[in-house]
Design a protein around this ligand. Structure first.
Ligand code: DGJ
Length: 730
């Protein structure tokens, strides 16, 4: 059991392979935070670890005891409107209009393994022995509210997951106005905060800033996790880099509105929080009902950001992602979007399939424009029946023709949307998110279906499943191309209108679960205008995400590098596209476009029929190389060696767990004249082993590759060199 409880002092010690997380019940039965960091062998002296003090201008928690205030304590799950003036983890309002909530310790329960979260995505275990869970029960006895804080400690991964459940044990309705899934109080604030920010086409760029007094937060109020701010942040030591320093990572397993951040208080302590955004959120909990908040995944590394990332990667690729493609290699695909946009017909698609097969590509994806009357982005979303003018053989016939060319067939959907110009909208104008009497504001000429309504979810399940069941479809791209506005639902009473965004997510997760579980052989790739919903919530249902609509190789260095802070390369879709690049206008060689895309789920997104013979040879070689690389890169340990955010060069390395196979890539953005000597020093190799470098007839020592490295000679802009090494002795 990786969780120890000291019954006498009520100390809870959670251990993972290299970390400890310790809580204790303090005076007045408040659950306090004691420690999180490198693993401790024995429980610490509480006089040393748990500090309670009085503090001027903060009230005492109990009038009889002037010795301490909650405003000073490091707490596990602080409430508001009491003696702690910092941001609360939970706020509730009661029938009498009062808002004071006092949560006091009231017992615990140990569970082997990890429990599922009803209706929500979460990490999991396959064997009970992989993790242990503790439910700590807090209670407000005046208002009969029970709060269960659930912590799971993984044994062989340095991961602690948390979630929170509120049970209304009173006889009357109550309202939850704020509910965080996690709160950690650090007793210091000498950290930098790292976040992943961006925009459409520029997702997950790394930003690092020192903590300062007050609240600093990242949020989404868009109804999706968003391109703008990913639901991840880390607190890191000032000197932390890829391989040194303490790093505390927080990632939300949720795809909707979130808030996360840190508050540095008057005594330089830091409170961090992560949960559903309380902007436009409020939940009415009837007597006897429960509210389950989503999961947060917390990773501590005492050895820098690289180790934090590798922990997230391993957890997500093995214990978040599910289904057949968790373990099977992903097919190399060609997508027709940037090849044709809406301008295609059956002949063109079959032609692309034929060319794909000749190049060794395994799957042809038909993107937007195959249904209703959709020849542009202004109509037909919701009408999921084939456009016979474009595709006379229907989806079934087209899939057969594509298959006959020797490649599998994949199809695009945007199931959560409706075009005002669609049969679906004409039949059900009330099925979209809207407020009666107000303009239904459009984005890309579309409205969002109201997935807080059961009948709307059922429609989507039936419509998508109908197409999938009729034809031989091996892959689905699930797109989502706008954010929510004019929040309102005809399906909810006035007092529940603020529940709509979260109910939407619950509806979406139900829809995805139903479709994905009834089509276990289909590979699902999520997308939201590229990487606008690249989050752990969606990865639970769909093992890969289209990383960005920006397919420019140089831009992708930043995007893929930033994304890799949390998410594994096995989750990132990455395609070679045409030049000049459609998003940036930049011209780069086919080589670097291929080399960047090979550090992801590889594919092509251009008109294959326009390749010259010389280009075809390069593509055939790329396809062959990737087929070899995918046997280990997606499940390898990733080491980031040079950051594009810090200079002109980028480098990363993948090494298989058995250390027998290595793939490394070195990229230079701008040419430098007389640049001096550059070496790529590899890492994490077996120092005593010999590694053969592909293309050279000699072997290098592991120690040599790590200490002396490989000389990098490059000339020209946008250059890349890749290295494939195999261990030749054990
Ligand atoms: C946005 C996606 O990110 C693109 O790849 C493409 O599928 C378009 N939507 C189609 O409308």
């Amino acid at each position: 059991m990786s969780i120890q409880v000291n019954e006498e002092n009520l100390v809870f010690h959670l251990r993972t392979s290299k970390t400890s997380y310790i809580m204790a019940v303090a005076k007045g039965k408040y659950l306090c935070h004691v420690y999180w960091g490198d693993r401790l062998n024995k429980e610490p002296d509480l006089n040393n670890g748990l500090i309670l003090r009085n503090i001027c201008f903060s009230a005492n928690t109990e009038n009889e005891d002037k010795s301490y205030s909650l405003d000073y304590a490091c707490q596990e799950y602080p409430t508001g409107c009491n003696t702690d003036f910092r941001i609360p983890a939970i706020s509730m309002e009661f029938n009498d209009g009062s808002r004071v909530l006092e949560l006091k310790y009231d017992g615990y329960e140990l569970i082997k393994g990890k429990q599922k979260l009803t209706g929500l995505p979460a990490t999991y275990v396959e064997e009970e022995s992989e993790a242990d869970t503790i439910n700590i029960i807090l209670r407000d006895t005046v208002k009969s509210i029970k709060v269960i804080l659930q912590y799971t400690a993984y044994n062989s991964l340095d991961v602690i997951t948390r979630n929170v459940k509120v049970v209304n044990e009173s006889g009357e309705p109550v309202r939850i106005d704020r509910i965080m899934s996690m709160n950690v109080d650090f007793e210091d604030s000498g950290y930098d905060m790292i976040e992943l920010s961006g925009a459409w086409g520029r997702e997950r760029h790394i930003e690092r800033t020192p903590l300062r007094s007050g609240i600093q937060a990242i949020e989404s109020r868009r109804g999706a996790s968003s391109h703008q701010l990913n639901p991840f942040f880390a607190l890191v030591d000032k000197n932390a880099d890829e391989s040194t320093g303490r790093v505390y990572g927080f990632n939300f397993v949720y795809s909707g509105n979130f808030t996360a951040g840190a508050e540095v208080d008057q005594l330089f302590k830091t409170r961090v929080f992560m949960g559903i955004n309380d902007y436009d959120f409020s939940w009415l909990l009837e007597a006897g009902e429960e509210f389950q908040a989503p999961e947060t995944v917390m990773v501590y590394s005492g050895a820098g950001l690289g180790e934090m990332s590798r922990t997230y990667h391993k957890l997500y690729r093995t214990r978040l992602v599910r289904g057949k493609y968790r373990d099977e290699v992903r097919p190399i695909l060609a997508n027709n979007w940037e090849a044709t946009y809406f301008d295609f017909n059956e002949e063109k698609i079959v032609g692309l399939a034929k060319e794909a097969a000749a190049l060794g590509i395994e799957l042809l994806v038909l993107d937007d424009g195959w249904f209703g009357r959709r020849n542009g982005d202004n109509c037909s979303l919701g009408d999921w029946y084939v456009n016979k003018e474009k595709l006379p053989s229907g989806i079934k016939g087209l899939a057969e023709k594509v298959n006959a060319e020797g490649v599998k067939f994949g199809l695009w959907f945007e199931p959560e949307m409706v075009s005002p110009d669609s049969d679906l909208y004409r039949e059900h104008p009330d099925w979209c998110i809207h407020v009666n009497g107000r303009t239904r504001t459009e984005c890309r000429s579309q409205l969002t279906l109201d997935l807080s309504r059961k009948e709307v979810c059922d429609y989507i399940i039936n419509a998508v499943s109908g197409v999938l069941d009729e034809a031989d479809i091996a892959y689905v791209k699930w797109d989502m191309n706008r954010h929510m506005t004019n929040l309102g639902s005809d399906g909810l009473p006035p007092e529940r209108q603020k529940e709509m965004p979260h109910r939407y997510m619950l509806g979406l997760y139900r829809v995805m679960e139903a479709i994905v579980s009834s089509h276990p052989d289909v590979l699902f790739e999520s997308c939201s205008g590229g990487g606008g919903r690249f989050d752990a919530g969606i990865l639970y249902y769909m093992p890969q995400t289209w990383t960005s609509d920006d397919t420019d190789a140089i831009e992708r260095l930043y995007i893929q590098y930033g994304t890799s802070l949390v998410y594994p390369v096995s989750a990132m879709g990455a395609h070679v596209s045409a030049v000049p690049n459609h998003q940036s206008g930049r011209v780069t060689d086919l080589k670097i476009r291929g080399d960047v895309a090979m550090s992801g789920n590889f594919g092509y997104e251009l008109d294959l029929m326009k390749f010259s013979e010389e280009e075809k040879d390069i593509v055939r070689k790329q396809v062959e190389t990737y087929k070899e690389l995918r046997s280990f890169v997606p499940s390898a340990d990733m080491y980031r060696l040079k950051s594009p955010f810090e200079g002109n060069d980028t480098a990363w390395q993948f090494i298989s767990e058995d250390k027998n196979n290595v793939f490394a890539a070195y990229f230079r953005i701008n040419s430098k004249v007389n640049p001096g000597i550059t070496r790529l020093r590899l890492t994490a190799l077996e120092p005593d082993a010999l590694y053969e470098l592909e293309g050279e007839d000699k072997a290098y020592g592991g120690d040599e590759l790590m200490n002396i490295g490989i000389i990098i000679d490059m000339w020209g802009d946008f250059q890349c060199r890749t290295f494939r090494l195999k261990r030749v002795n054990k």
